[in-house]
Ligand binder design. Structure first.
Ligand SMILES: *[C@@H]1O[C@H](CO)[C@@H](O)[C@H](O)[C@H]1NC(C)=O
Ligand SMILES: *[C@@H]1O[C@H](CO)[C@@H](O)[C@H](O)[C@H]1NC(C)=O
Ligand SMILES: *[C@@H]1O[C@H](CO)[C@@H](O)[C@H](O)[C@H]1NC(C)=O
Ligand SMILES: *[C@@H]1O[C@H](CO)[C@@H](O)[C@H](O)[C@H]1NC(C)=O
Ligand SMILES: *[C@@H]1O[C@H](CO)[C@@H](O)[C@H](O)[C@H]1NC(C)=O
Ligand SMILES: *[C@@H]1O[C@H](CO)[C@@H](O)[C@H](O)[C@H]1NC(C)=O
Ligand SMILES: *[C@@H]1O[C@H](CO)[C@@H](O)[C@H](O)[C@H]1NC(C)=O
Ligand SMILES: *[C@@H]1O[C@H](CO)[C@@H](O)[C@H](O)[C@H]1NC(C)=O
Length: 281
């Protein structure tokens, strides 16, 4: 189920590993991570095929969209076997323009590192955003693989106590994030550590997940923390549907009061100004 802890190293610049459960190959660097053909040995698409064109159209539509300002994109394009599905997710503290820039950059990198793949996923540096596409329906489906984890190699000041604080914090954030709505499921927070330090945490699910699925995805991440990050001052576990990170005395997210407000609903009628005779005196 879980990848071995030897993957837990920020120092290793490039690792190629096989995940036992799937045939996918996770490639990651300090900057970004990606997986081409994450679930199967699918036949590649041919250059300039309908699938290829649909994929280009889809990713162009996604990365040029300026209406969405809550960091979650779900688009599909094409018919039957050539239909392509995609999801884009930005870390909950990214402002809309930074989010778009991140997804656009991810699109460029993803299409160059995974050419001709019918399915692929890309996480940008520090999971600022994730972009994935597939030839199957991926919206609303909780996916916990492929995953990766890494830790901050320093040992924490007081190992056992910090681990307890980390667990308490991440549990709390998990239930808060899972209660989010269909636009954003994200929570950040901090707790005082055993000495004078502060432990910061961030958890996020793709908001298409149900509260239960978000909880169970993040619960898997939390279970993996001991094997990847026990006694470390920081660590992260990342899956297609959810991710989790903590750091000691390192505020790694923008502490915003609340996510950006939702856009005005296109369905709400414009204000009725006709027949308004109430004039100021
Ligand atoms: C698909 O193409 C990649 C190179 O882009 C190659 O490594 C892989 O073996 C191909 N997969 C199949 C199933 O042909
Ligand atoms: C794909 O289409 C582009 C634009 O029409 C063309 O320049 C390119 O040569 C084509 N590539 C292949 C492999 O057919
Ligand atoms: C996306 O990136 C491409 C290439 O860098 C650039 O030409 C394009 O303007 C960008 N699109 C947006 C919407 O930022
Ligand atoms: C895309 O790749 C370039 C070169 O490796 C890197 O500098 C950039 O940060 C990447 N963009 C994203 C969004 O990951
Ligand atoms: C999480 O922490 C907040 C603030 O410390 C607290 O109000 C809340 O009750 C906690 N929730 C859970 C489920 O632990
Ligand atoms: C996904 O996209 C479809 C089609 O545009 C839309 O109807 C649906 O509400 C979207 N779902 C979410 C969770 O954004
Ligand atoms: C009339 O104008 C007032 C003040 O601008 C506004 O609050 C109200 O909603 C308007 N009524 C209608 C029917 O548009
Ligand atoms: C706008 O308000 C006026 C007066 O209140 C009403 O007669 C009219 O039907 C309303 N128009 C619409 C489109 O709701």
């Amino acid at each position: 189920m879980f990848i071995p802890s030897l993957l837990c190293s920020l120092q290793i610049f490039l690792i190629i590993t096989f995940i036992a459960q799937t045939t996918a190959v996770v490639v990651y660097t300090n900057d970004y991570h990606y997986v081409c053909d994450q679930s199967n040995n699918k036949a590649n698409y041919t250059t300039n095929s309908t699938y290829h064109k649909n994929l280009n159209t889809l990713l162009t539509t996604l990365t040029s969209n300026t209406d969405i300002n809550y960091g979650f994109y779900n688009f599909s394009f094409g018919e039957n076997n050539d239909r392509v599905y995609s999801i884009g997710l930005c870390r909950g503290d990214l402002l809309p323009n930074d989010c778009r820039r991140c997804l656009n950059g991810s699109r460029e990198n993803l299409t160059s590192v995974c050419p001709n793949q019918r399915e692929a996923i890309f996480w940008s540096e520090n999971e600022r955003c994730m972009l994935r596409y597939s030839d199957r329906l991926i919206l609303g489906v909780m996916e916990d693989a492929p995953d990766f984890s890494s830790n901050n190699l320093d040992d924490s000041v007081d190992v056992s106590l910090s681990d307890e604080v980390v667990t308490t914090l991440l549990n709390n954030l998990t239930s808060r994030a899972a209660k989010g709505d269909s636009r954003i499921k994200y929570a950040v927070g901090s707790l005082p550590g055993p000495q004078y330090e502060v432990i910061y945490g961030l958890v996020q699910c793709t908001p298409d997940l149900s509260e239960n699925d978000c909880n169970s995805c993040l619960a898997e991440n939390l279970q993996q923390i001991p094997s990847c990050c026990k006694g470390k001052i920081g660590g992260r576990v990342v899956r297609p549907s959810c991710n989790m990170r903590f750091e000691t005395s390192f505020l790694f997210y923008e502490p915003r009061a609340s996510p950006p407000p939702p856009p005005p609903s296109p369905l709400s009628p414009p204000p009725n100004t006709t027949g308004n005779n109430t004039k100021p005196c």
